[in-house]
Design a protein around this ligand. Structure first.
Ligand SMILES: Cc1cc2nc3c(=O)[nH]c(=O)nc-3n(C[C@H](O)[C@H](O)[C@H](O)COP(=O)(O)OP(=O)(O)OC[C@H]3O[C@@H](n4cnc5c(N)ncnc54)[C@H](O)[C@@H]3O)c2cc1C
Length: 400
């Protein structure tokens, strides 16, 4: 059986290995002059390729129950798959990296296996169209190829410079698939206030509460990077997909920042805690003990409080409100070019989740970010790529 894999990224490489291992004659068409450009960037070059905490709430989809089928069937096979490719892993609190701390270890392991299996990789072939007649007709910028089966693994719209420019969605639409709206996810968030220069450069452990039209949506706790456009860092990324979707519905989106997440009490308790402080301390002397000085200065400036005043001389309720519920007004997310992934894709109820085969076009398989499922930061997006790649490759032989 003659199988073409379109796209030599994370999911396509795994799918190609599996299809070849079960005896298919496999060719990968890759638009770049090398495979896995995005894979090399992952985890800041370290490749966080898996996570022990594989609960369904780490993933997002319009048909999350269908993704559960994929997750349950494959989540326990990933580490073994890479061990079998000679990758030694390092597990840091449940987050997996190659022991070398280099994403090229993962990419090379996949490429060595493909070489051993004699899978052909044709570079600089940009697929522009796929038609289904008796066989598949694959048109590229240079050639026409014919295939019995096709695995489409062209990725999403994120980080275009790595090769994924969204053409897979267009090809699938033309073949009769429905695609959800697509938004950037795992990306920085721009705010609409005018004071961000003042907190630029601060990194602080806080908790973020995301609200849309004042309704609670999600809370994240961890380190946030405060920048001149707004906020960044893992917690921010984990809220960004929801932010994109809410903004597209014209909702008013805010993020409340709690700068004192270490204080596990309510406002009243915190006011008492402050009141028990040395009465001769100025406000800034107290705040500087647990806040980055740039945040202290900003909060006092926004409240118009002189930093040399004593606690007893200021409106303490107002101060505590700013410390625990600092309102960050969301303007937008950064664009697809900055996003680690996209939220949205081909509806999962348009594929057979036991095989990743399209329910619209027989013999066409869809993997990775093209599908309507995305994950939080922490190895979950590569997990999607590996799982769907494994499923498509292993099941490609099921009846022509
Ligand atoms: C900066 C960054 C850091 C990340 N870090 C992590 C991390 O640490 N952990 C994690 O789990 N996830 C991470 N991700 C997300 C993860 O890399 C992706 O989810 C994953 O690579 C998606 O795999 P894929 O196979 O769907 O697509 P891709 O890996 O994007 O591969 C698609 C391939 O198809 C090729 N292609 C596209 N169109 C065509 C065409 N028309 N013809 C031929 N070839 C084509 C592309 O050139 C590319 O090689 C990160 C992403 C980025 C951008």
């Amino acid at each position: 059986m003659n199988v073409f894999v379109i796209g030599g990224g994370a999911s396509g490489l795994v799918a190609a290995i599996k299809a070849s291992e079960i005896g298919c004659n496999v060719t990968i068409l890759e638009r770049n002059d090398k495979c896995g450009k995005k894979l090399l960037l992952t985890g800041n070059g370290r490749c966080n390729f898996y996570n022990d905490f594989q609960s369904i709430d780490k993933y997002h989809s319009n048909n999350i129950e269908l993704f559960k089928n994929i997750l349950d069937s494959k989540k326990d096979e990933i580490i073994k798959f890479f061990n079998d490719l000679n990758v030694v892993e390092k597990n840091i609190n449940g987050y997996y990296y190659p022991y070398t701390n280099q994403s090229i270890t993962i990419l090379n392991a996949l490429l060595y296996k493909l070489e051993e299996l004699k899978v052909k990789i044709i570079y600089n072939e940009y697929v522009t169209d796929i038609e289904k007649q008796d066989r598949f007709i694959i048109k590229t910028n240079n050639n026409i190829y014919y295939a019995d089966k096709v695995i489409l693994s062209t990725g999403s719209l994120s980080y275009k410079k790595t090769g994924s420019d969204g053409i897979g969605y267009k090809i699938l639409k033309k073949l009769g698939h429905n695609i959800t709206d697509i938004y950037p996810s795992l990306v920085q968030i721009n705010g609409s206030d005018n004071y961000y220069k003042k907190w630029n450069g601060v990194r602080s452990e806080v908790s973020l509460t995301l609200k849309s039209n004042n309704e609670f949506l999600k809370e994240e706790r961890g380190e946030v990077q405060f920048t001149d456009y707004g906020i960044s860092g893992i917690c921010t990324f984990n809220l960004s997909g929801i932010v994109s979707r809410e903004l597209s519905k014209n909702k008013k989106v805010t993020i409340e920042i709690n700068f004192i997440p270490w204080f596990n009490g309510n406002k009243k308790d915190f006011i008492n805690w402050l009141n028990n402080k040395n009465k001769n301390y100025t406000v800034s002397k107290i705040l500087d003990g647990f806040l980055n000085y740039k945040i202290t200065n900003l909060i006092l400036e926004l409240l118009n409080i002189d930093k040399n005043k004593y606690l007893k001389d200021i409106n303490i309720d107002e101060l505590v409100d700013k410390l625990m519920n600092f309102k960050f007004n969301v303007l937008s997310t950064k664009s697809f070019d900055f996003a680690q992934t996209c939220t949205g894709g081909v509806y999962l109820n348009e594929i057979n989740t036991n095989t990743c085969e399209s329910l619209k076009v027989k013999g066409l398989y869809i993997t990775g970010e093209l599908l309507d499922v995305d994950g939080d930061c922490g190895g979950y997006n590569l997990s999607i790529a590996w799982m769907t790649g494994l499923i498509a490759g292993e099941n490609i032989k099921s009846i022509l």
